[in-house]
Write a protein that binds this ligand. Sequence first.
Ligand SMILES: [Mn+2]
Length: 574
Amino acid sequence: MLKRPAVPAVIVKPETAAHPLREGLAKDINGPAFVADLLLQRGVLEKEQARDFFLAALGQSQSDRHGPVMLGMDNALALLLEVHRSGEKIFVHGDYDVDGVTATALLYQGLKACGFNADWFLPNRFQEGYGISYASVGKLHAQGARWIVSVDTGIAAVAEVAKAKELGLGVIITDHHQSSGELPPADAILNPNQPGCAYPNKGLSGVGVAYKLLNAVSLALRGETAERFLDLLALGSLADNVPLVGENRRLVKAGLKLLSVSPNLGLKALMERVGVERARITSGEILFKVTPMLNAMGRMGSPEISARLLLSETEEEAMGYLDQMAGENNRRRKLDQGITEQAVRMIDGDPALTESGCLVVDSPEWHEGVIGIVAARLVERYHRPCFVLAIDAEKGLAKGSGRTMTGFNLHKALAGAAHLLEKWGGHYHACGLTIKAENIPAFRGLMNAAAAEHLADNDFVPRIAPTVEIALAKLDEGSMQWLQRFEPFGPLNESPLFYSEDVELMSQPKVVGDKHLKFMVGKPGAAFDAIGFNLGYLREYVMDRAKLAKIAYYPEWNTFRGERKIQLRVVAME
Ligand SMILES: [Mn+2]
């Protein structure tokens, strides 16, 4: 096993007990104190609000479903009704991530059900590149398209849409990305983030915007909502990490519920294959098991397999696509594990890198489809900002992906190095870039200077901040039921990290699966299995102790040989 620098985490005890409304709210809802803490952290102060929050019913607030109409909706709807009447061929043009693929499947299926002469298209990252491109416009034109409706993409495709117009195509853009200035010359643009759009939910996903449009079309043509497609909306929205508050929470919650009974054969087969119990679907299971399979296809350059799975009409068809996906996903996993191991060896074997405040690693052998995953793994392992660059030796260019922990702003750092970069973009915690290979050493120097300037020694020690405290003896099935009511979890409604102290160790820790730590905590008769993924290196630290002073964990259900037990997924301990 490769050596990992021993960076002990600091666990910050949550200060929840001091809240003046805590006790009263717990009593009002007749629930445990940690539930009151979680509600207060979400701005829920009293019983009625708590009821609304837990219900999060789709129909509860009509205003955030149909009320404020999105800018461009009337226009897009009128155009689509005309396309429907004329029977002209319309292509749904998506993108290759899960949001883009689910949006494509949703709008295509919905338009078909309404009787449109519809088809769909997903770009290949190795052929057309992402989004609407000259190549994709040309392809669709050659296939007889008269109209293109984009989903999850297009807001920045000014020249590409102009080309489509030149070819005589009608174009409707639906997107959710920020626009950066000039808008494309489309016939209609639907995007809550375009200038002048008063639609209150700016956090809608790409599939969310597509759903809004389909909903309007379906109501106009068939007198029914598009709610039966919310299973796809839930997948795309979770995968795209949109904030799960307000309308998004209602939509995704309804979508998760639908997933458990969804008639979509592809989804059903996929969930079975990855071991998701349909009766007990959580956002975590979707994010850890389901969406990575779909995402892997886009990364490996075959997003159409995901779409075909979602559109499967027979079980045999779905099984066939699943087998292809499993193969591609294994290839993806081997690639990213292999590259991660190479990068770790590179870093551990080079003192200049080991001691640098920002890791910049590169190789001409790496696959650009997985460098983002690898960068994220390196941040987890070394707890410092990391850039992973895949060099294309022929072109002399490298594509890179950056990830960081809090304390180092990637967007700011890249802005300071813009003169060395061909292309770059991103935000605080994640970014992408293109750089000439010859500029990599200078870039590495600049990033290290930025790290030296902005990071202090204690920034390199992970600080873990659990949000709620509970005495381990009080954690039971009832707690888990309360927790379930806070679903779906995601940005702005994070799955709560639990904190307990003075925890008794009930067994010696074991390293399982090469790098995970397994042990038992609690009391005789009330002991929990605990598992720390990638924490195997802490075995000696835990060995021979009677107690852990602090432990940070996610309590989860674990089913093993038919027996369902609460298990602690441990993130840190002291
Ligand atoms: Mn998206």
